[in-house]
Design a protein. Sequence first.
Lengths: 129, 129, 279, 279
Amino acid sequence: MSNKDYNDIPGTTIFDGDMARKGYWVNQFCMSLVKPDNRARFLADEATYLDEWQITAEQRTAVLKRDYNTLLSLGGNVYFFSKLFFTDEKSFEACAAQMAGMSQPDYRAMMINGGRAVAGNRSTRVEDR
Amino acid sequence: MSNKDYNDIPGTTIFDGDMARKGYWVNQFCMSLVKPDNRARFLADEATYLDEWQITAEQRTAVLKRDYNTLLSLGGNVYFFSKLFFTDEKSFEACAAQMAGMSQPDYRAMMINGGRAVAGNRSTRVEDR
Amino acid sequence: MAKITAGISTSHVPALGVAMDHGNTEDEYWAPLFKGYEHSRQWMQENTPDVVVLVYNDHASAFSLELIPTFAIGCAEQFAIADEGWGPRPVPAVEGHPELAWHIAQSAIEDEFDMTIVNRMPVDHGLTVPLSMLFGQPKSWPCQVIPIAVNVVVYPPPSGRRCYHLGQAIGRAVESFAPDVDVQVWGTGGMSHQLQGPRAGLINQAFDQAFMNDLVANPELLMHKPHIEYLREAGSEGVELVMWLIMRGALGPHAKELYRFYHVPASNTAVGHMILQSA
Amino acid sequence: MAKITAGISTSHVPALGVAMDHGNTEDEYWAPLFKGYEHSRQWMQENTPDVVVLVYNDHASAFSLELIPTFAIGCAEQFAIADEGWGPRPVPAVEGHPELAWHIAQSAIEDEFDMTIVNRMPVDHGLTVPLSMLFGQPKSWPCQVIPIAVNVVVYPPPSGRRCYHLGQAIGRAVESFAPDVDVQVWGTGGMSHQLQGPRAGLINQAFDQAFMNDLVANPELLMHKPHIEYLREAGSEGVELVMWLIMRGALGPHAKELYRFYHVPASNTAVGHMILQSA
Ligand SMILES: [Fe+3]
Ligand SMILES: [Fe+3]
C-alpha cells in the first residue's frame, strides 16, 4: 500500500492491510483462544494445536517462544495476541514490559512516573529526533 | 419508524427495520436451510425442527402451510424464505405465482406478455390509481 | 498504473444460472435471452480484464440478519460458492485480488466511505450469474474478482447518490494503484422486478429503457432518484439498480455505450445488460 | 421527542474492569483513579438516562479478521458479555433498545453513513468498562445501551472528520425519534497509549490535555487532525480518541464542560474522562 507516512515511528508497527494479510492466520489462531475449550487444548499441547493453523514456520516459532516483537513484524496484532497473554494468565502490563525490553517493575515505575516520553520517540528520521 | 412513504404501494411489503425486528427469528430459521443437513432434518420432521426457533404461533403456521403472503406480513423476507422454496424443490417462479394468486401457467403467460403493468399498481391512494 | 477499461452492467437472475447449469439455454424460453449475451461473450474474450470489481448484493447467503453491511469489500484470496438452498452452483471458486482489494478498501475509507472489510464471504448467484453470463462455463474464471456486496435486502439501501460517489471513489483508488492492472467494474442486479406479494411479476419496460439511457448520458440525474421511485415504478426488487450507479460512477463523467441488450422475462425479472466505456 | 442530554467520554482500559471485578479499587495503585470517578457516579445517579449510545471499539472479540466493519450499530434486544481470553467479565448482560437503534441506523444510512447493522455482538471491555466506571456494580445496568462499534484496530480507522459528522447524524436521528427518551452519547477509548513494540508505554500528557480543551471549545479543529498525528504523538492506540469526536459531534456546535478527570497511569494507558453538555 502506498503512502505509509507512519513507517518512521520508532518501535511501532501499524496494523494496515499489508500486515493484516501477512498475519491473517496467526491472528485467527490467537482469536480462537477466546473459547475456553480451545485454551485448554492449546495449553495441553501447543504444537499439535498450532498444526491446525496455516501459519508460517517463523510465526509458529514466535508463538511458541511468546516472542511478541517478532510476532508484530510477522503480521501479529496486539489485540489478537493479547488472547495469548490471557491464556498464559499474564497481564497486559507484563507483556507490554516484555515488548518494551524492560522488567515489569521498571516498566511500572516508568508508567507511574508519567510513561515513556514522546520527545525522541516521534521519528527515526534524524531531523525529528 | 417514521416517514414510510412506501406504505401505499399495493401488494408490496418493504422489509424495513420494523419488519426485520418482527421477522428476525423466522428469517434466521429460513437461513438455516442453506445447510444440507438442516434441510434434511427439517423435511423429515418440520414441527420438531421449528420447535428449535423462537417464532410466533402465527409464523409457525404460515411456514407449515407455506403461506408466503402471510409470512410477508409477519416479517418474513422473500430472500430468506426462498430457502424454503428451494428446500421444497420449488422454483422462484412457482412461488411468485402463488403469492400473486395465479396458476403458474397464467403467471408465466403474464410474464411472457411483458409482466404485470405498473399502471394501476402504483398506489392504493385513489388519486394515483 | 492500474486502469478501468470498461463498465459492464447485467441482471443476475438466479434462473439464468440454473438454465446454464442444466444445459437449457437453447430451450425456446431461454434461447433469445442467451443469444443477447453472445456478442458480449465474444467481446469479453477480446477484452478480458485482469480484475473485475464486481458489485452485487448478497441474497441472505453470506449475510443473515445477524449482520448487514451497507458496503462490504471482499479482500480474500478466494471466495467459495454459496449454498442457497439447493447446493452450491457447479462453477469454479472465485479468486480474489487481495492487494488491490485492500488498496481500494483503504483508499475508500480515507475518502470517507465506511467500508466493511470481509475476508470470508461465500458468493451467491448475485456474483456468479454475471460471471457465467459473460464468461460461459470455463474450468476456472479467466480473471480475478473483487466482490463488493451492497445491502439492498434490508431497507434502506444506500442512496443512488452514495452509490455513484462510491463508484467515483473506486475509480480514484484504482487509478492510484501502481501495478499495471486492467480493471473492469461490473454493476449487477435489476432491472425492474418484484419477487414478493400480490404485486409479484411487476415489470416496467419504459422505466428500464429510460434508466439505461440516463445511465449513459445523465448519471447525475439518476443519482437523485429516490428509493420510493424504484419501489413504486420498478418493483420492490428493482431498487437493486442503485448498484449499476457504482459501476457508472467509476467510469467518470462521460461514458459511451458499446452494447445494450434488454429482454423480458427471465423468470420474474426484466433483464438488462450494457457495456460502457469512459468517453 | 427524544433528546441528547449529555455526552460522556472515558478511557476503557481493561485493567480498570479487572480491578473492580477483583475488589482492588482501594489499593494504593488504583485508589486515586477510582476517586476521580466518584463525582461522576454520583452525577450519573442523578442524571441516569434512558438510553446510552455507547461508542467504543471491539478489540478482536466480536469481530476477527474475517469481517471488519468501520461503523457497526447494535440493534439487538441484548448483548452478551464477551470472553476475551480469561472468561467473560462478571457483569450483567447489556440490554439494547432495538427501536431507537434501528431508527438511528435508518436515519444514518439515509444521511449517507454506510452503517453495518448488527444483531449479534458480544461486547468486550471497550463497552463494559465504561459502564462499570460510571454505574459501579449493579445487579443490572440502570439503562439500555445502543453499542456503536468503530474499527480502530485495522488501519485506517475512519477519519476524525467522518467521526464528528457521524456524531452529528446521530444527533439528528435522536432528535427525530418521537418517543420521549433521555439519551446520552458516550465516546470511549484513549487517551494516549501504546500497547505494542519497543515504544510501548508512550504517554503524552500535553497532547491529552490539549485534546480535552479542544474537544470542548474547538472540535472543528480536532476534526482535521490526521491519523499520523495521533499515532506519532499519542501512541499507536491513541487513535482510539477519534471515538470521542462522535460523542462531541452529537452535542452540537457548542458544549460546556461539567467535569474533567485525568490520571496517569492505568496499566499502560493515560486515563481521561469528561462530562459535557450542549451549550
Ligand atoms: Fe438480486
Ligand atoms: Fe480500546
